[in-house]
Design a protein around this ligand. Structure first.
Ligand SMILES: [Zn+2]
Length: 186
């Protein structure tokens, strides 16, 4: 049994994995200036396919576990291991593509996050605070006591929203995290 698995893994190592590598190499050669993002999208797509494939293989494996067909089970098990390896490889490449090369213009640094969180919460509110409270801008209630600002964080006692300035901008303006940070420190 152990030998069979080793054999299957060998096959993956010697045949399948090199094919994946060659595939990636060919793609690079075909698109010498393949944009980072396009490539990442492509890899993500492949990863998604592999995840689906693995999911189905795992179902097959579960079904086979109920029977006596040990060979099939070992084969599917080997395929699962191979798929997982491929997924890890794709993931590794995606991470490598993400790694900023020196200065990345789009990068959100810790310092930027810090500055965004220090923007006075009050300045983001439509009205004024009275004794640290106001009507909740998140759920739009009328109770002027429901929303509290404390330690530059907001909290609603009615809808139970709570968050910092970044979260507030994300939730009231529909921005994603990096855009909310940029908006706050602009
Ligand atoms: Zn609320």
């Amino acid at each position: 049994m152990i030998d069979d698995i080793a054999e299957i893994l060998d096959e993956w190592k010697t045949e399948v994995m090199p094919r994946v590598r060659v595939g990636i190499k060919e793609l690079r050669a075909e698109y010498p200036d393949f944009e980072r993002e396009r490539r990442t999208e492509y890899l993500k797509g492949r990863m998604e396919e592999m995840i689906f494939k693995t999911f189905y293989l795992m179902n097959d494996y579960d079904d086979l576990s109920k029977g006596n067909d040990v060979d099939s089970r070992l084969f599917v098990g080997g395929q699962i291991i191979g798929s997982i390896k491929t997924i890890r490889k794709l993931q590794g490449e995606i991470i490598a593509l993400r790694r900023p090369e020196g200065t990345n213009k789009n990068e959100i640094t810790e310092d930027m996050k810090q500055r965004a969180r220090e923007v006075p919460f009050e300045s983001l509110l439509p009205g004024e605070l009275k004794r640290g409270r106001c009507a909740c801008p998140i759920h739009g209630g009328k109770n002027v006591m429901s929303f509290e600002v404390k330690d530059n964080r907001g909290k609603c006692y009615s809808c139970h929203w709570s968050g910092d300035t970044v979260q507030f901008v994300m939730d009231t303006q529909g921005k994603n995290f990096p855009d909310a940070v940029r908006y706050l420190i602009a």
